[in-house]
Design a protein around this ligand. Structure first.
Ligand code: GDP
Length: 328
């Protein structure tokens, strides 16, 4: 199918044809074949005017915290209210060529078969930057197909969380009720990225969840009194909503409140603008690096110069300047 035909089918009425077009479009965007890139770029450009109208929700947490259970519950909650939900993933393990931490479509069994939901497993090759890049492009395709909530999930491994926070409007961190004790996320600097913190599995130990909530709330204050003043911390159970825990409806209301505050402060659009700009620079830097390494004069001198630096005979900065001078 040509990029124009794909775009037409994708932006057409919802249904099986559109779903197929969306899957095909993402496959094209994910392709690493050089001869596909021109068509992929043409498609991306054609989709752009139709994209941007969703709420982009990022979600992260360690394996086992309950991400897929939570997304299944949230997704079903949203589709029942008429939303069209897409779920995408940035999986750092898949970029390393090993098994996927996030698994595949068999997670979220009920959501994956719903006609108003679209679930796409993580692209399976490339560097983390490459995988995240494909997810950004897939996100635009989902929006063009009319999905008005796009959930991007990742596991709690520093870099991938930064990537997901950098492509979403609201970044949610899922924590276990005992998370407050070791404050892992705070150590890794991930807490700073969170717009909303959810302590999941609150049904297992309500008191622990309440303690974790208090600890995380005060830790957020300590991290940055201004930036995190409004960060809400919720207790929730994706599996058995009950007791003091907020339900999925409570979670969704918190997301709405966050988005409302962002809009009122003019930060919603500003964040997307900033994200687009840094996306461009990220790509420029990745492209430059690639071209630099492939440049014949650089390639010829690189190994020897690196050896000199490793042996301590040449200052790294001098080596860098010499190599850069070869790159015309
Ligand atoms: P993921 O690796 O983050 O996607 O985690 P999963 O969604 O696969 O959940 C891991 C395990 O925790 C599964 O056995 C779930 O049934 C269980 N689980 C998820 N959410 C809850 C919860 O709110 N309460 C309890 N008790 N178990 C949960």
């Amino acid at each position: 199918m040509s990029p124009a035909a794909l775009q037409a089918a994708l932006c057409g009425p919802p249904g099986p044809a559109q779903r197929r077009a969306l899957a095909k479009a993402i496959t094209l965007l994910e392709s690493t074949r050089a001869d596909h890139r021109a068509a992929a770029d043409e498609l991306l450009n054609a989709l752009l005017p139709h994209a941007g109208r969703s709420l982009r929700v990022g979600l992260s947490g360690v394996p086992g915290v309950g991400k897929s259970t939570f997304i299944e519950a949230l997704g079903l909650f949203l589709v029942e209210r008429g939303h069209r939900v897409a779920v995408l993933a940035v999986d750092p393990s898949s970029s390393l060529g090993g098994g996927s931490i996030l698994g595949d479509k068999t997670r979220m069994e009920r959501l994956s078969v719903h006609e108003r939901a679209f679930i796409r497993p993580s692209p399976s090759s490339g560097t983390l930057g490459g995988v995240a890049e494909k997810t950004r492009e897939a996100l635009l395709a989902c929006e063009a197909a009319g999905h008005d909530v796009v959930i991007v999930e990742t596991v709690g491994v520093g870099q991938s969380e930064t990537a997901v926070a950098g492509m979403t409007d609201c970044f949610v961190l899922l924590q276990l009720p005992n998370a407050g004790d070791d404050l892992q996320a705070i150590k890794k600097g991930v807490m700073e990225l969170a717009d909303l913190v959810v302590i999941n599995k609150a049904d297992l130990d309500e008191d622990a969840a309440t303690r974790a909530r208090a600890q995380i709330t005060s830790a957020l204050r300590y991290l940055g009194p201004h930036a995190h003043a409004g960060t809400e911390v919720l207790q929730l159970s994706a599996l058995h909503p009950k007791g003091r825990a907020a339900g999925i409806d409570g979670f969704w209301a918190a997301v709405q409140r966050f988005v409302q505050r962002q809009r009122e402060a003019g930060r919603f659009d500003e964040r997307r603008t900033r994200q687009n700009e840094s996306w461009m620079w990220e790509r420029i830097e990745a492209g430059l690096r690639q071209r630099f390494r492939a440049h014949p004069a650089v390639a010829a001198a690189l190994a020897a110069t690196t050896d000199e630096v490793r042996a301590g005979r040449l200052a790294a900065s001098v080596a860098a300047r010499r190599l850069l001078d070869l790159f015309h």
